[in-house]
Design a protein around this ligand. Structure first.
Ligand SMILES: Cc1cc2nc3c(=O)[nH]c(=O)nc-3n(C[C@H](O)[C@H](O)[C@H](O)COP(=O)(O)O)c2cc1C
Length: 173
């Protein structure tokens, strides 16, 4: 795990190679193994590999979601917000776990934030995605994780660049 964490970077460029169905199954397993508060599992996921939908999802926001257009796979991380008051935390954990699982399987990925983001002046990113994917009203959207075979190489962050000053021992001051 430490080796994977040292390698982890956001990958926004992908080769056209699709993600194999058995790999998608492993990614789904990783999502469903995520811990959640009180084991309530409020998350729900939409696994998207349809090219037209991926292109439409890439237009969810004006900035920061375009990379999804070239991803062969995207996971829309949603939740039933009536099931848990901490669905944001639960969804975030599932999202980072699937990103780490993707990395362990030789794939690259990047998170695209949707919660609290606008699609345009008239609608939120969530409203846009709701229409596109047919999400019922009680389902909310946290983010989209774009996944694929890496089409870019990123340098790892060297240990001496880590912000150790942000870590306090025993007391803050
Ligand atoms: C909560 C969260 C939201 C993010 N939203 C976006 C986004 O909307 N679009 C994007 O391209 N990257 C997004 N990212 C990726 C960050 O930009 C990236 O993690 C950060 O710049 C550090 O780079 P690294 O992941 O390569 O270390 C997001 C990451 C997190 C954790």
């Amino acid at each position: 795990m430490m080796e994977l964490l040292r390698k982890r970077r956001s990958i926004r460029a992908f080769t056209p190679e699709p993600v194999a169905p058995e790999t998608v199954d492993l990614l789904v397993e990783a999502l469903l193994r995520a811990p959640s508060s009180r084991g309530k599992n409020p998350w729900e996921f939409v696994v998207v590999d349809d090219r037209e939908l991926l292109e439409q999802l890439s237009r969810s926001k004006e900035h920061g979601s375009q990379f999804i257009k070239n991803a062969p796979l995207a996971i829309v991380v949603c939740a039933d917000s009536t099931v848990s008051d901490v669905w944001v935390e639960d969804c975030s954990i599932a999202a980072i776990l699937v990103q780490m699982a993707a990395l362990s399987l030789g794939l690259g990925s990047c998170w695209a934030q949707m919660r609290k983001r606008r699609h345009d002046a008239d609608s939120s990113a969530e409203e846009y995605i709701r229409k596109l994917l047919g999400l019922p009203e009680h389902i909310v959207v946290e983010c989209i994780v774009g996944i694929g075979h890496p089409g870019e190489v990123k340098k790892t962050v060297p240990a001496d660049k880590l912000q150790y000053g942000k870590v306090k021992r025993n007391r803050y001051s």
